[in-house]
Design a protein around this ligand. Structure first.
Ligand SMILES: [Zn+2]
Length: 448
């Protein structure tokens, strides 16, 4: 849908809502008619389950089958990614490519941190080439197959190369001090290793909105007052010190709707993508922004850092043990001198991959729990349960709507569509007096 049309549509919808509220209040002057309305509501209680099923039924069977196939395929990709990473790293060790890259670095310079850096650049280039078949299948062909990627090969490849450059620079910033720690501290390196890694994660999330995201998308100030003003008003009502709303061209990559509230004090910004603006009505935009504001107000960035911090500390302890164990067995055949030899890196990647593969449900549950909290916050802040249900249907384009409980626990980093719509309809049932009117008529799935 054309954006202007959508915004105007959203505006008129808002007007309709406002008119309905004003009319409702007008009626409220007459106590008899208000009582009559309450009676009518009591006589016809809002059926949450029926409303949830009605929303889920809006998704055509073919759409649902496509979305299920895409998302369930992702479960297998977790396994294939894990196995292919382990295979590539094992090959680097077994064929002594890793020790050869270290030897090259040692021949170029005697300065230890620079040796680590030179090894790192070679490592990134070699592993990116070896895993490229997986990358291109997963990120390009598969996304196109499901109609989720808007890019042709050239721009997609450009994004990959920019991403690679970012990983090379940021990874170098992390890996050099990490190996210095291993050399200095020997046995207890993992404690400080975990702390350095956490500080690094905090640093990256601080700079990402201002320095990394703009490498992939163009950010501009949202000019349309009909969308900007209600968002800023909601931000003020929730204690968020934002003076501008940014729009970014996510449609460069895909049709996925999303938004975020990121940064701190000076870099604090609210951003929403052009897909959200193009495809959604104002109530839908508002409920999405309410969710994002929830992340900010509930301090999810810090809480996530603490909870993931626990996972990371245990991971480093596991890595210290796992690397030591494997070196005890295969050190000679791989030509790796020890824990402080940078050529040990492929082994470290294997051990961390095993750990993070096995703890997938833990990581997902940490994120999913905070996402659900943000959903609740968004419902209370925006008070648009039907807008929320409609957005949940849009997100169902790439996330299976109706999984089993165990499936959701293991694989979902956001609540499923069914969980979210159920929460929205329950909220609506219990807050009907102030909820917006029905929006069921809105067609979510337009002919493609
Ligand atoms: Zn979220």
């Amino acid at each position: 849908m054309d954006r202007a049309v959508c915004c105007v549509g959203g505006f008129f919808l808002l007007c309709t809502v406002a008119t309905a509220i004003v009319k409702g209040q007008g009626g409220g002057v007459n106590p008899v008619s208000k009582a009559a309305v309450s009676d009518a509501r009591a006589a016809q209680p809002f059926d949450v389950n029926a409303a949830v099923e009605a929303y889920l039924a809006k998704m055509p069977a073919s759409e649902r089958a496509r979305s299920n196939a895409y998302f369930e395929g992702g479960y297998w990709l977790l396994l294939w990614d894990f196995l292919s990473t382990v295979l590539v790293m094992w090959v680097l060790l077994r064929l002594r490519c890793s020790t050869r890259m270290r030897d090259v670095a040692e021949r170029i310079t005697r300065f230890r941190p620079l040796q680590t850096g030179i090894y790192w650049v070679q490592f990134i280039v070699v592993t990116s080439l070896l895993t490229f078949p997986m990358t291109i299948y997963e990120g390009y062909f598969r996304e196109h197959k499901y109609g989720l990627l808007n890019q042709t090969f050239g721009p997609w490849m450009r994004d990959q190369l920019v991403g690679l450059a970012v990983v090379t620079v940021l990874g170098g910033i992390l890996i050099v001090p990490l190996f210095r720690l291993v050399r200095r501290l020997e046995k207890n390196w993992w404690v400080w290793g975990a702390i350095v890694s956490l500080l690094f994660l905090a640093f990256v999330s601080l700079i990402a909105p201002v320095y990394i995201s703009p490498l992939f998308n163009k950010y501009t100030k949202l000019q349309d007052a009909r969308v900007r003003d209600p968002i800023l008003s909601m931000a003020r009502a929730n204690g968020i010190p934002a003076t501008d709303v940014y729009e970014f061209d996510a449609s460069r990559q895909s049709n996925r709707v999303s938004a975020n509230v990121s940064g701190f004090a000076g870099t604090m910004r609210i951003s929403l993508n052009d897909n959200l603006l193009n495809r959604c009505t104002l109530p839908e935009i508002e409920t999405t922004m309410g969710h994002e504001m929830g992340h900010y107000v509930l301090n999810h960035a810090y809480k996530g850092l603490v909870m993931n911090g626990v996972v990371i500390v245990i991971g480093f302890a596991f890595a210290s043990w796992g690397i030591g164990w494997a070196l005890g067995r295969w050190r000679e055949s791989w030509g790796v001198r020890g824990m402080s030899d940078v050529a040990v890196l492929p082994l470290a990647v294997i051990v961390f991959s095993v750990y993070f593969f096995l703890t997938t449900p833990v990581g997902n549950t940490i994120t999913r729990t905070m996402e659900y909290e943000a959903d609740m916050y968004g419902l209370n802040a925006a008070r648009q349960p039907d807008g929320e249900a409609n957005v949940d249907l849009l997100l169902g384009e790439y996330r299976k709507m109706d999984p089993g409980a165990v499936e959701e626990f293991i694989f979902y980093d956001h609540p499923s569509g069914r969980t979210r719509i159920t929460a929205a309809m329950r909220w609506k049932a219990e807050n009907l007096e102030t909820a917006s009117p029905e929006e069921m008529a809105r067609p979510i799935f337009e002919a493609k």
